[in-house]
Ligand binder design. Structure first.
Ligand code: FES
Length: 427
């Protein structure tokens, strides 16, 4: 479902171990949480221990998520269409959103059936986070143990469930502890990372209380910091470049340099672009960095997928681009999903089963998604390690709101994550 980004209504939509020794998986801990519907847990509490470690540190991967089974599709769509940060539908959104979701459900269920019965995004997110935490334990023993959590915006495990699990694991509730919200959207958009942070801020206030006027914090609340963007990190760039090189090798050597690289990212309505959303420029920065690493040996373009509806969107569209180049005789093309960190319906269905299928040419292929790529997982660990060492609460860039932003929620959220000392920088 082309719905991920800053997005838009995707095209298809519209038409643990809790003790710090053994490490149970995220899914087992969150399943346990869901089953109990409460905070009770057999897990020993977090202790900011006496060994000199500043850990444990909770590493929270934020992403949109996707239905793991076709039975979850309607709930997923209902949450997605209820999110005004993603799809602004006005004051009637709480009523209109579920109606649209219900109308779309059977069509989208069929698409998830066609890719194996559900989205793999949870499986990949949990794997990536757990593997990153293992690396971080070695790279940063002073902040270990690093405990993996996943918070999805529209599917299980939801932000609320993750937050309750944090509290059940002994963070907060007077015990403090450090948590890092690590966006899994490499390029920042107010529709994606911004929406996830708004949700995290909302649940923080509901479950731990609001920060008092003047910035003072209730004693023992969770101390949050944010990794809010990483579009040109060298490890991310290397992982993308290696996947492209691997696909290039499948073409005869004499033709390799003529293969056109088509970087594809979710589109944005022009109303969002014109509001000043940073996403288009950050996606372009990723593309340029990857091409620099590849020494600009192939011609390339950035195109945008999942445009829907009659309003103006950022283009050119990926599907049109492929069709046009094939029509001109350029039949060797590699599609590169440049804004996703794992497979999901936008790659497995929209690119593979629609765009590539419709191109009907063996030279039109797709670069592998990052998924369990060890170069990528090491990059995640490096990004987190740099963040831990720097000790910053969020990037300086996050304190600047879009020129056209009138949202009090954006303002409050950014002031919270910037911290009391930096709140005045948020404009
Ligand atoms: Fe971008 Fe509010 S919409 S900061």
């Amino acid at each position: 479902m082309a719905f991920r980004g800053p997005f838009t209504i995707p095209r298809q939509l519209l038409t643990g171990a809790t003790s710090f020794g053994a490490r149970p998986t995220i899914s087992s801990r969150l399943r346990c949480m869901t089953d109990r519907q409460g905070l009770a847990t057999a897990v020993p509490p977090v202790t900011q221990d006496a060994t000199g470690s500043k850990g444990p540190t909770a590493m929270v991967f934020m992403n949109m998520g996707g239905p793991s089974t076709t039975n979850e599709v309607e709930d997923f769509l209902s949450r997605l269409f209820a999110d005004g940060d993603l799809i602004p539908l006005g004051r009637l959104q709480p009523y209109i959103g579920p109606l649209i979701a219900r109308r779309r459900t059977s069509k989208i269920q069929k698409q998830y059936s066609d890719i194996g019965g559900g989205s793999p995004i949870r499986k990949w997110s949990e794997h990536q986070c757990e593997e990153m935490c293992k690396l971080l334990d070695k790279m940063s023993p002073e902040t270990a143990p690093h405990k993996p959590y996943v918070a999805f915006r529209y599917a299980a495990p939801l932000t609320e469930t993750m937050y309750q699990q944090l509290l059940a694991d002994g963070f907060g509730n007077g015990k403090g502890g450090r948590a890092i919200a690590f966006t899994q959207y490499p390029q920042y958009s107010c529709s994606t990372t911004g929406s996830s942070l708004n949700e995290l801020w909302k649940w923080r206030n509901r479950l731990e209380g609001k920060r008092a006027n003047g910035g003072s914090e209730k004693e023992g609340t969770i101390q949050w910091s944010v990794i809010d963007r990483w579009p040109t990190h060298s490890g991310l760039v290397e992982a993308f470049a290696q996947n492209i090189e691997a696909q290039l090798k499948t073409y005869p050597e004499e033709k390799r340099d003529q293969v056109v690289l088509l970087f594809s990212a979710h589109s944005l309505p022009m109303s969002v672009v014109n509001r000043g959303d940073p996403y288009p420029s950050e996606v372009a920065a990723t593309v340029h960095a990857v091409m620099q690493r590849l020494k600009f040996q192939n011609p390339y373009r950035l195109c945008w997928q999942s445009q829907v509806g009659p309003s103006a969107w950022l283009g050119a569209q990926t599907s049109d681009t492929v069709q046009e180049y094939v029509k001109r005789g350029q039949t060797d093309l590699i599609l590169v999903p440049i804004a996703f960190t794992s497979d999901h319906i936008e790659t497995l269905y929209e690119l593979d089963q629609e765009v590539i299928h419709e191109a009907n040419n063996p030279g039109v292929k797709r670069a592998e998604s990052l998924n369990g790529n060890p170069v990528f997982i090491k990059a995640l660990a490096d990004i987190a390690h740099e963040h831990l060492q720097k000790g910053e609460l969020c990037s300086r860039q996050m304190t600047l709101r879009c020129q056209g932003c009138t949202s009090e929620r954006c303002l409050g959220q950014k002031k919270f994550f910037a911290g009391p000392e930096n709140a005045s920088m948020v404009i």
